[in-house]
Design a binder for this molecule. Sequence first.
Ligand SMILES: Nc1ncnc2c1ncn2[C@@H]1O[C@H](COP(=O)(O)OP(=O)(O)O)[C@@H](O)[C@H]1O
Ligand SMILES: CC(C)(COP(=O)(O)O)[C@@H](O)C(=O)NCCC(=O)O
Ligand SMILES: [K+]
Length: 255
Amino acid sequence: MFLSIDAGNSNIVFGFYDNGSQTWKYEHRVETKREVSVNKLAKDLQLFFLEMGLKPIQVKQIGISSVVPEINRTLISLSESFFNITPHFINEHSYSSVNILTTRPAEMGTDLMANAVAAFEAHRSACIIVDFGTALTFTVISDKGEIIGVNIVPGLKTALKSLFRNTSKLPEVKLELPTSAIGKNTIHSIQAGILYGYSGLVKGMLQTIQQELSMDFTIIATGGLSEILTNLKDTFDYIDRNLTLKGIKIIAERN
Ligand SMILES: Nc1ncnc2c1ncn2[C@@H]1O[C@H](COP(=O)(O)OP(=O)(O)O)[C@@H](O)[C@H]1O
Ligand SMILES: CC(C)(COP(=O)(O)O)[C@@H](O)C(=O)NCCC(=O)O
Ligand SMILES: [K+]
């Protein structure tokens, strides 16, 4: 099995690709804690392996993308101690063949790079990837697979949490699309505001980008919150929750 580790600002995702069935057969998610120890992660994984009837020796290769530098060392140590494998830790040198048309290519999140590589590998067309994570990001890729640019907005949950934290009377609500965009009580008002507001943001951003470049793109959604805005299902050509895991595997295997 190949193990992709995708360390995001909210979750560390361990995705296991089974070569036999050619599927992402197992997935384990843990909350991202900046202070986490190797031991704690190893114990979590051990329990997961026990539940799934897996053994560490079944993992033959590991690729890691992290946008949380505080835990990089921990993830590398975990790969070495739990799996006895030196992982491919993705950095800006891992994808030197990809043309990045931004002014500071090294700054770009390796998760966004992984998304871009996986999307272009699958579709071979100009794409925009909308990643619904802690941040909501739009990554624009040309029909030659070049990274044209990125757009970063607070994610749905991040916006909601910030509203809750910065007000006295507003509660943290469930991220569920209400039937009406006009709120009739506080909870409904927040849900309508965040969910219909973000639907408009996503549609508007995609339209603005496509107009600016005078071309159409294949639109791919990914990330933990990619299925919350159910009213956007016609806006996306594809929803692929495993896009980042796939990209990590492709990049690691090329290196
Ligand atoms: N299946 C799910 N259903 C609802 N919320 C989810 C699901 N998966 C992840 N989330 C939440 O979505 C948010 C973004 O998750 P994720 O895409 O993993 O973020 P990141 O990549 O920034 O760590 C987090 O708050 C996470 O708890
Ligand atoms: C934009 C991000 C915060 C997204 O992270 P996530 O929401 O997946 O946790 C991450 O890709 C990042 O820290 N990027 C570095 C800045 C950049 O991509 O330009
Ligand atoms: K992510």
